[in-house]
Design a protein around this ligand. Structure first.
Ligand SMILES: Cc1cc2nc3c(=O)[nH]c(=O)nc-3n(C[C@H](O)[C@H](O)[C@H](O)COP(=O)(O)OP(=O)(O)OC[C@H]3O[C@@H](n4cnc5c(N)ncnc54)[C@H](O)[C@@H]3O)c2cc1C
Ligand SMILES: NC(=O)c1ccc[n+]([C@@H]2O[C@H](COP(=O)([O-])OP(=O)(O)OC[C@H]3O[C@@H](n4cnc5c(N)ncnc54)[C@H](OP(=O)(O)O)[C@@H]3O)[C@@H](O)[C@H]2O)c1
Length: 289
């Protein structure tokens, strides 16, 4: 697998044995530089970064693998939206991915290894960017599941610490093992000498991390929405309740979570922003449906 790309290993491609093998054309190909599996449903990987790619921390791109079209037999890209988890200053690109066993892309993507190639369209977009928010004192990053990915980028961006006095990451997952990527990220940030040099010693004291689980026991149990409603979050973190004068927020999770939290923030007086109209909070789906 290390020598062959997932494209050439596609079983559908291998059944074309009678035809003269064609060298697959890989538009926008990037090479995998590392892969780490966290659970049987989650993994992270890094790839080379296209020299031309400029992005704002928090944005997403389309990435994927080549697949053979059943009708025409031609190779074509199978792409999905992925938040860039690495910060904009990083030489490589990092992604944090689900493994859906019957998912068209991730049933195959989960098997990538160092040296394999993926397709990456260098056209970053997204709403979870600093430009979409008005200046504030404190920013909340609310994530469920792989929704933590854009915040892994923003939490390593010096601008986040320059713009805010306090940064709070909440991450809610079903099981404790699903929090490992986020925990590792926070540990890395707290001990990162380059970030300390870039941002200033002690920058990480601004960062508060609030991981919770809902279906397996962990230090803190419960949906973040319920913990906000009960006031438990504010008590645990020893912080003031959210208000539009001081607080900004970014939300990334499943649709129901996004909608529930959005309604809660609106009740607190916060308004939704956009690139063209910065306000108090922004939302993006971590996956469709
Ligand atoms: C703006 C945006 C950003 C995204 N960023 C990421 C990211 O950084 N990492 C990531 O893993 N996915 C991300 N996704 C989802 C991603 O685009 C794909 O859906 C995912 O890679 C699965 O692809 P698939 O072809 O295997 O299955 P799909 O056919 O795309 O999905 C099959 C089913 O799996 C479930 N599912 C899909 N993605 C997830 C997920 N991330 N977490 C839990 N359940 C899921 C859904 O129920 C979905 O209906 C993002 C989606 C959007 C819209
Ligand atoms: N995670 C797993 O172990 C697992 C295993 C097999 C299949 N799946 C399937 O994969 C899909 C995605 O699962 P996922 O666990 O990655 O993501 P998910 O269903 O979005 O759940 C992630 C976290 O968000 C919480 N949450 C969901 N809706 C919320 C809301 N409206 N408000 C506040 N919190 C909310 C969940 O709490 P609750 O637990 O209270 O819902 C959970 O802790 C689902 O279709 C699931 O059936 C998941």
């Amino acid at each position: 697998m290390t020598e062959l790309s997932p494209v050439t290993q596609n079983p559908a491609t291998q059944t074309q044995a009678t035809k003269a093998p064609k060298a697959p054309t890989l538009p926008d190909a990037q090479t995998v530089t590392s892969v780490k599996h966290y659970t049987d449903r989650l993994f992270a990987f890094r790839v080379t970064r296209p020299a031309s790619l400029r992005f704002r921390s928090g944005e997403f791109v389309m990435l994927g693998l080549m697949q053979t079209d059943e009708k025409s037999g031609k190779e074509k890209p199978l792409l999905r939206a992925y938040s860039i988890a690495s910060p904009s200053w990083d030489d490589e690109l990092e992604f944090y991915s689900i493994k859906v066993q019957d998912g068209p892309l991730t049933s195959r993507l989960q098997h990538i290894e160092v040296g394999d190639q993926i397709i990456l369209r260098p056209k970053p977009v997204g709403t979870l960017v600093h430009d979409a928010l008005l200046p504030g004192k404190r920013i909340w990053f609310f994530a469920t599941g792989t929704g933590i990915a854009p915040f892994a980028s923003l939490l390593r961006d010096p601008q986040t610490y320059e713009d805010y006095d306090e940064i709070i990451l909440t991450h809610t997952c079903r099981e404790a093992g699903e929090l490992d990527y986020g925990r590792e990220l926070i540990e890395t940030i707290r001990s990162d000498e380059m970030l300390a040099e870039l941002i200033g010693e002690g920058f990480h004291e601004k960062l508060k991390y609030y991981p919770t689980t809902t279906r397996e026991e962990s230090a803190k149990m419960g949906r973040i929405t319920d913990l906000l409603n009960s006031g438990s979050v504010y008590k645990d973190l020893d912080v003031e309740p959210i208000k539009p004068e001081t607080d900004r927020a970014m939300i990334c999770g499943n649709l129901a979570f996004n909608l529930e939290l959005k309604a809660m923030l609106e009740d607190m007086g916060l308004e939704e922003g956009a690139n063209s109209d910065p306000r108090h909070y922004v939302v993006e789906k971590a996956f469709l449906d």
